[in-house]
Every structure is written in structure tokens, then in C-alpha cells.
Design a protein around this ligand. Structure first.
Ligand SMILES: Cc1cc2nc3c(=O)[nH]c(=O)nc-3n(C[C@H](O)[C@H](O)[C@H](O)COP(=O)(O)OP(=O)(O)OC[C@H]3O[C@@H](n4cnc5c(N)ncnc54)[C@H](O)[C@@H]3O)c2cc1C
Length: 438
């Protein structure tokens, strides 16, 4: 399921009559998987935590994603955290009040060319280092898995212990679990600015008043850069649009999700498939893009064949750099939920490619199309860290298109950091300072 049409009061910026508290231990900005998981794990420790979400919980990336929970093909800098995150999914799911479609069905990446085969083989090294159950299948095994009778697919890298869930059910269900543990979650509540006293965080100014607190976790997804710039801090983070479709019910030939150049697919709890093309994104050139272009050149080079560049669409105006005062309406109130139009031409082509590659999908029909804006950092890794120059401020952002699976692990790690504990996992690759140090 996708979020229903944007018709709730929160989507219109109506916050309901629940009063904001005057004070909390921690305020989390953003009700996506990162913010909600952080609040969940803070609440398990008895911390008074308040989540402020400008629109609705999981209105943006956290409901629009493919629902893959994968270790496979992760950067080694976040692999240990992802392994931990999958353990957290297994721990949280039985406590939820709804079936979120969590299934350990595996993730399989197909190789149709020599170059893809080399990539798959190279990743096996990381799998071995962490003793994962990843295996490289040959052409016969790959064909049997897909139900094909030819050798079009040369090999397939598969990790049976990887999983999936229905994002739109998962994140609101974790939010309800966090509430049951004592977390407060306020929708239609944009945080405009940070309050400081004596050089450290003393609260947040929201559109509905101020909350005093000593710690703030910014988990604002694609809005994080604009928020930080207004606070005088820099974060190289850009937004790219990614389009997705779901099909009507189609035969189930495997429990695995499959990644391939033309079309990646994930079986859905409703009997259909979520389908998209990996890396196919539209990147809008806005002034912030020029400022950070140098840092992003490697990604653009790597992906230039599949990434469409466009010059400034009005839609992105709200993500532009501009400054505002705490008593002025912020860009976060102007767009409650980022709801971009999907690229329908691309999706028609992706569905054709899926029908061609996966025989069981030969008759599949599109039931719904949507898009989301992904927040990307120059090395495609998130920032999970304290901000050294502003004590009390913490960042959990920049998940670069793979934050759904790692969300619970990231939330647990943030709860450790905010409460002054040392996370058990080495997070040195995810430091904020990596973008400022030479
Ligand atoms: C099409 C697509 C496919 C993807 N597929 C996968 C996948 O299969 N597997 C995977 O692991 N990941 C996937 N991802 C990535 C994943 O969805 C994201 O990395 C993850 O959801 C990011 O979570 P988040 O909480 O950081 O951000 P978001 O979910 O974007 O949440 C941020 C929230 O902060 C709120 N906010 C921002 N600023 C403020 C403010 N000032 N005040 C109040 N609220 C504010 C926003 O309204 C938003 O709700 C995909 C993403 C997309 C778009």
C-alpha cells in the first residue's frame, strides 16, 4: 500500500488539539523511519522524547520506498550497522499491532553482462568478511529461480537472510509502538529553528510554540540541508526524484526481491509487485546543487547514463537555500508532504522490461505509480553523529536511497549517541566531519 491520497488534516497542516509540551529531554525533527526509530529506542530507555513532523508520519520517503531490507550490495561503511538493523527488525516486528508484511524472502541481484558479473563477484568479498549467507548462482540456477529457459542471466548474487516489509504500514506501526512506550508524536508541526543558550541547544521553535530541550535529533530527510543552512551549518545533501509503480496481483514465482538493470521487483503482501529501475532518477539543478557540485561529481559520473538532469523546476523552490527567522513561516510549512509526479514514460519502459525479464510478470498490469525525493550525500552514506560545534544537536540524515532497511539500526545507534553511550557498532564512516575535513 501507498499512503492514501493526501487528504488527512495533517497533510493540510492542521495539527489537532493536542497541546505541545513545554519541555522534553529530546526533540526529534522528522517522522520518517529515522526519526521514529530514534524516538522508539529513546522511549525504551525512559527518555522524554517528542517527535515533530511537519506533515504526516512517513508521508515522504519512508512510505514511498521499495520496501527492501537488504544487507546485499551495501557499502562496507554501513554493513555492520545494517546487520544490526536486521536484528532490530526481527526484534520490533513481533511487538507491533499490525502485520507489516515483514518477510525474510531474500534479495537477489542479477548479472546480465560481464561488468555486472564482476560487480557481483566483488561484493562477495564483503559478504565473506561478515560471514553472510550470500552466494553467487550460475546461469542454470539463476534461470531456474526466474522461471526462464534461456541463459540470458549469467549469474545471480543472492542473500536469503535479507528481508522486505510494506513501508507505509511499517513506519506508522513503529510510531504507534513508540507512542505506547511514552514517545509524543506531533504531526503538522514544523520545526522552524533551533534555540541556543550559552553556545548549546536549549530548545526548538515550532510553528506551534517553543519546546525546551537539551538535545535535538535532526532526521529531516531531504529537508535537512535547508534546515541546517538556516542554522549556519553546512551539509552537502541533494534531492533526486525516483519513480515507482505497483502491479495488480501476479503469480508468485519466488519470495526473493530481484535487482536488475532494466527492472527491479519486490513481491508485495497484496499479491502484486513493486517495480522500479535502480538508479534511474531525475536530478534538479538548483543553486544548492551548484554549490555542492564538486562533491557530487563522482556520483553523477557513475550514474550519468540513468540520471536525467533538469534545470530548476518550481517544485524544488521550497528546497532552495533561503534564510528565515523563527517568527516567520518556514519552507517546511509551505510543503507539508513532498508529493512529486512520477515519471510515467520511464515507468512504462520499466514495466516492459519487467515483463520481458520475469516470465511470471508477462501479463502484469500497473495499478499505481508514484515518486519520492531521495536525499543523497556525496558518498551515498548517511550522517549519524553529534555536531561538535553545537552541543546538543545530533544528525540522522542523508540515507541516500537505502535508509528504510537500516532505519531501526540507525535509530538504535542514535539513541545510544544521544544518551551518551558508545554505540557497539563502529560508525566512523558516518561522521559529520567527513565532509569538512580534508
Ligand atoms: C522511491 C524510493 C525507493 C527507495 N527504496 C528503498 C528500499 O527499498 N530500501 C531502503 O532501505 N531504502 C529505500 N529508499 C530510501 C528510504 O526510503 C529512505 O532512505 C528513508 O525512508 C529515509 O528516512 P528518513 O526518516 O531519513 O527521511 P523521510 O522519510 O524523508 O522523513 C523525513 C521527515 O522529516 C520531516 N521534516 C523535515 N523537516 C522538518 C521540519 N523542519 N519540521 C518537521 N518535520 C520535518 C518530513 O516531513 C519527513 O516526513 C527508497 C527511497 C525512495 C524515495
Amino acid at each position: 500500500m501507498l499512503p492514501p491520497p493526501l487528504t488527512t488534516a495533517a497533510d493540510r497542516g492542521q495539527a489537532g488539539d493536542r497541546l505541545l509540551p513545554e519541555a522534553a529531554d529530546v526533540v526529534v525533527i522528522g517522522g520518517g523511519i529515522a526519526g521514529i526509530s530514534t524516538a522508539y529506542y529513546l522511549a525504551t530507555r525512559g527518555v522524554r522524547v517528542v517527535v515533530c513532523e511537519k506533515g504526516r508520519v512517513a508521508g515522504e520517503q519512508s512510505s514511498r520506498n521499495w520496501g527492501w531490507i537488504r544487507k546485499q550490495n551495501r557499502d562496507p561503511g554501513e554493513l555492520a550497522l545494517m546487520i544490526e538493523s536486521l536484528r532490530r527488525w526481527h526484534e520490533i516486528v513481533p511487538t507491533l499491532d499490525e502485520d507489516i508484511g515483514f518477510t525474510v524472502g531474500g534479495v537477489t541481484s542479477l548479472a546480465e553482462t560481464e561488468a555486472e558479473l564482476a560487480e557481483r563477484e566483488a561484493w562477495l568479498e564483503h559478504a565473506r568478511a561478515y560471514q553472510l549467507d550470500t552466494r553467487l548462482l550460475g546461469p542454470e540456477e539463476a534461470a531456474a529461480m526466474l522461471g526462464r529457459s534461456d541463459r540470458r542471466v549469467r549469474a545471480a548474487l543472492t542473500t536469503p537472510s535479507d528481508a522486505r516489509a510494506e513501508p507505509w504500514k511499517a513506519v506508522p506501526a513503529i510510531a504507534r509502538a513508540a507512542r505506547a512506550l511514552g514517545a509524543e508524536i506531533h504531526e503538522a508541526t514544523a520545526v522552524r529553528a533551533l534555540d541556543r543558550q550559552a553556545g548549546r541547544i536549549s530548545g526548538v521553535v515550532t510553528e506551534r510554540g517553543t519546546i525546551r530541550c537539551a538535545s535535538v535529533v535532526l532526521a529531516g530527510g531531504v529537508w535537512s540541508r535547508a534546515f541546517l543552512e538556516n542554522a549556519g551549518l553546512a551539509l552537502p545533501q541533494l534531492g533526486v526524484k525516483s519513480s515507482v509503480l505497483r502491479t495488480t496481483a501476479a503469480p508468485r514465482f519466488s519470495e526473493s526481491a530481484f535487482g536488475a538493470k532494466g527492472a527491479s521487483i519486490r513481491p508485495r503482501a497484496d499479491g502484486g509487485y513493486t517495480i522500479a529501475r535502480s538508479g534511474a532518477a531525475t536530478f534538479d539543478i538548483i543553486p544548492a546543487a551548484f554549490r555542492h557540485l564538486g562533491a557530487f561529481t563522482p556520483i553523477l559520473r557513475r550514474n550519468w547514463r540513468i540520471m536525467r538532469l533538469r534545470f530548476g523546476k518550481p517544485f524544488f523552490d521550497a528546497l532552495q537555500s533561503r534564510r528565515w527567522q523563527p517568527d516567520q513561516a518556514s519552507p517546511f510549512e509551505a510543503i507539508r508532504v513532498l508529493h512529486p509526479d512520477p515519471d510515467t514514460h520511464l515507468l512504462d519502459d520499466v514495466l516492459r522490461a519487467a515483463r520481458d525479464l520475469y516470465p511470471a510478470l508477462a501479463e502484469a498490469k500497473a495499478a499505481q505509480q508514484w515518486a519520492g525525493i531521495i536525499d543523497v550525500t556525496p558518498d551515498e552514506l548517511p550522517v549519524l553523529d553529534a555536531v561538535a560545534t553545537l552541543p546538543g544537536l545530533f544528525l540522522a540524515t542523508g540515507f541516500s536511497g537505502h535508509g528504510f532497511g537500516i532505519g531501526p539500526g540507525a535509530g538504535h545507534a542514535m539513541a545510544e549517541i544521544v544518551t551518551g553511550r558508545r554505540p557497539a557498532i563502529d560508525l566512523s564512516a558516518l561522521r559529520y566531519a567527513r565532509f569538512s575535513s580534508p
